[in-house]
Design a protein around this ligand. Structure first.
Ligand SMILES: [Zn+2]
Length: 483
């Protein structure tokens, strides 16, 4: 036995109490207890309940660098602060984020009870490592968001954009929301009340372009507290595909503060801005609100996911109200069934489509997967979940043994890839679709795609409608058992 072990044991040993000692102790203590006033409570030191601090990653960048988050508090109003979108040239915003994190780690009680604040020190770790404004393939992440969802058209996404100092370049990306970093950020913002995107170095604060009162209120509050100039609009040129505009279109209060200096972090000023935004949460951090589509109510977070990932064109309209069960909510749409799970550990998978494609193939084509697997795969590039690739040459998916090519691959890429549709679970084959016409179809875990040669489009089969129909049919025919 080691000496430390002996010591540890000794520390926890109860001293021996003789019965005689116990009786004397009662005689001494009893009079004291009797003269204490009724209702007397021992003084408990006033320690506030610990504010939770969590660290996690959203996922990895195109070059496999982690995108980390530090989250403080557990309030309903989620404020997301994003640093360093523009990599190396705006590294001072990364320094600022590290200082803010150190501050709020030391003083977590500064976060109001109704707020939880998430710090993302860099959303562009590749650009920071490569000393580039862009991501690893030359896309400006702050020009790549789908900003076509608000009511303004001037700021819509476009591949050719104004960048730093107004220089026009082809850096909007191949299509809106193409970059993995942006999709992770969007998934994390689904339940956000506010978002602050830190940049440098124009020395002003501006809100989302389209009229959005909470964004304007947040920009005014931040600018005044941080002693920066407030501008209703970015004055130098039109920003297409900006993060603040995407967030604003989702009902998230969104602003872009630009530091004055290209090198200094201006910590005190930005700390004051963030503190003011949190303290005035009633004006600056609105709770996400439920919406109505086609006369049917949709919970706020489901509505944001549905809209961000293609809305009616991809999922179809809701077929009925959402159904709540414990910590989850399910809503069925014509082409999909969306599942919101508050207990989900992965912060980017709060909403996921359910695997209706897999259920359908098991019900209607039970032998399809086996007979089709591993056909013509020699020489095809192997699909990898990360990093994102642009090639539209066929991809082979080792996990399911299937190949994705042509129009189906393009559609899958452009509308959210595996996160929305899952992996392919069949090859292309001809099958009669829901409109009674034989068409080329492709099965995925969450959906079925069909090719329409009339106009060259790919559309989803109405799996949500078909699933709901079968469930209702089942529910009405199975009555109470009669013996
Ligand atoms: Zn910037």
């Amino acid at each position: 036995m080691t000496p430390t072990h002996v010591k540890r044991r000794g520390r926890y040993c109860m001293p021996m109490l003789s019965p005689k000692l116990l009786v004397s102790a009662i005689y001494v203590l009893l009079p004291i207890l009797l003269i204490l006033p009724v209702g007397w409570q021992p003084a408990i030191p006033t320690v506030q309940a610990a504010v939770p601090i969590e660290q996690f990653t959203l996922g990895t960048s195109a070059q496999d660098r982690p995108i980390t988050v530090l989250q403080i508090g557990k309030g309903k109003r989620k404020l997301v602060i994003v640093g360093n979108t523009h990599g190396g040239p705006e590294a001072n915003t990364y320094d600022l984020m590290l200082q803010l994190i150190a501050h709020f780690r030391a003083y977590p009680e500064e976060v109001p009870e109704t707020v939880r604040v998430s710090f993302i020190p860099t959303i562009n770790p590749d650009g920071l490592a490569l000393d580039s404004r862009f991501d690893s393939v030359g896309v400006d992440l702050n020009r790549n968001m789908n900003t076509n969802l608000d009511t303004c058209t001037e700021n819509d996404w476009t591949p050719t954009v104004y960048g730093a100092y107004g220089i026009v370049s082809d850096t909007g990306g191949p299509f809106a929301d193409s970059q993995v970093e942006n999709r992770l950020l969007q998934a994390f913002l689904l339940d956000a009340s506010g978002a602050i995107f830190l940049h440098s170095n124009a020395g002003l604060v501006f809100p989302a372009f389209c009229e959005h009162a909470p964004s304007i209120a947040m920009a005014e509050v931040y600018a005044e507290a941080a002693d920066y100039a407030y501008n209703r609009f970015w004055p130098n040129y039109m920003i297409n595909g900006g993060m603040h505009d995407w967030a604003g279109s989702m009902g998230i209060a969104a602003i872009t503060p630009e530091l004055v200096s290209p090198t200094e972090s201006e910590f005190d000023q930005n700390l004051a801005g963030i503190q003011a935004v949190m303290q005035q949460y009633q004006h600056t951090l609105p709770l996400p609100t439920d919406r109505v589509e086609a006369g049917i109510p949709m919970p706020a977070v489901l509505w944001r996911y549905w809209r961000a990932r293609g809305g009616e064109a991809v999922f179809g309209l809701p077929l009925g109200p959402a159904i709540e069960q414990d910590t989850s909510i399910v809503q069925t749409f014509t082409n999909a069934r969306l599942h919101l799970d508050w207990s989900q550990a992965d912060p980017t998978r709060l909403v996921t489509p359910q695997p209706l494609g897999r259920q359908w193939i098991e019900r209607h084509h039970p032998t399809l997967e086996r007979t089709q697997a591993l056909s013509n795969t020699e020489g095809l590039p192997l699909y990898q979940a990360r990093p994102f690739r642009y090639e539209e040459t066929p991809l082979f998916f080792a996990e399911t043994g299937h190949t994705l090519r042509g129009s189906f691959l393009t559609y899958w890429r452009r509308h959210g890839d595996a996160a929305v549709f899952g992996l392919p679970i069949s090859e292309e084959f001809v099958h009669v679709t829901a409109d009674g016409v034989p068409r080329t179809v492709h099965y995925f875990e969450h959906a079925v795609m069909a090719y329409y040669p009339e106009d060259g489009s790919v559309r989803l089969e109405p799996l949500g409608w078909q699933t709901l129909f079968l469930e209702r049919l089942h529910a009405t025919t199975v009555g109470p058992q009669v013996r």
